[in-house]
Design a protein around this ligand. Structure first.
Ligand SMILES: Nc1nc2c(ncn2[C@@H]2O[C@H](COP(=O)(O)OP(=O)(O)OP(=O)(O)O)[C@@H](O)[C@H]2O)c(=O)[nH]1
Ligand SMILES: [Mg+2]
Length: 199
């Protein structure tokens, strides 16, 4: 996809603050430091449109970005980082649940997991919860560049078993090598096509 323009729209905590547009929207979720902001930068081919940091807990609000004036990408704050204060952690779950539960133009989530970790309870719970909401969820194993090809496939198969998906249902990704970028765009376009057919 040709990226002509990307604008940061706003940060939000609650529905009253979300942008009022109803462009198709895709949100990126996952543990702190897993690489959500980096993945969005890779998708839009911008080095630092979205702020990234080696320090976990960088993104703490829901950040909305508009691509080419008609596609909304949402960077969600990460979960599971103990050093973020208790108050922030207590805010996280209702913030994300409210967002997923109320956002009418949300087409699907992209859930990122570090390829070096086995899927945890948070991820399994999140996927199950999204299934009950009939919200599509693409699974992505990030930082694939940290492992050899053989180990990548081993982790892919472990994730497939944990989530009961086949290899096509989980994407190997690296912000460093851009591996998987096109596959993620293809999946995003599938969701958009499906949304436009529904209208
Ligand atoms: N090697 C490698 N490093 C990555 C990759 N993606 C992200 N990183 C690094 O991981 C760290 C965290 O990346 P972010 O994109 O800020 O992660 P995040 O999920 O947005 O983190 P929070 O906003 O804290 O939830 C940074 O130091 C990135 O440079 C990747 O694919 N490969
Ligand atoms: Mg971030």
């Amino acid at each position: 996809m040709k990226i002509r323009a990307v604008e940061f729209v706003k940060s939000a905590v609650k529905p009253a603050h979300y942008p009022e547009y109803d462009f198709p929207e895709i949100a990126f979720a996952g543990r702190s430091n897993v690489g959500k902001s980096s993945l969005i930068n890779t998708l839009i081919s911008r080095r630092d449109m979205v702020k990234t940091s080696s320090r976990p807990g960088c993104t703490q609000l829901i950040n909305f970005f508009l691509v080419n004036g008609d596609l909304s990408l949402v960077d969600l704050p990460g979960y599971g980082y103990a050093k973020v204060s208790k108050k922030i952690r207590a805010q996280w779950q209702p913030m994300v649940e409210t967002y997923v539960g109320t956002r009418k133009n949300l087409l699907g989530l992209i859930l990122l997991m570090d390829i070096r970790r086995d899927p945890g309870k948070e991820e399994l719970d999140m996927v199950r919860w999204l299934e009950t909401k009939q919200m599509p969820c693409l699974l992505v194993l990030t930082k694939a560049d940290k492992l050899s090809k053989t180990k990548q496939i081993k982790q892919l198969d472990a994730a497939c078993a944990a989530f009961n998906r086949d290899r096509n249902g989980i994407v190997l990704f690296s912000a460093k090598t851009r591996q998987g970028r096109q596959t993620i765009w293809d999946e995003v376009h599938n969701l958009i096509d499906w949304y436009q057919e529904e209208e």
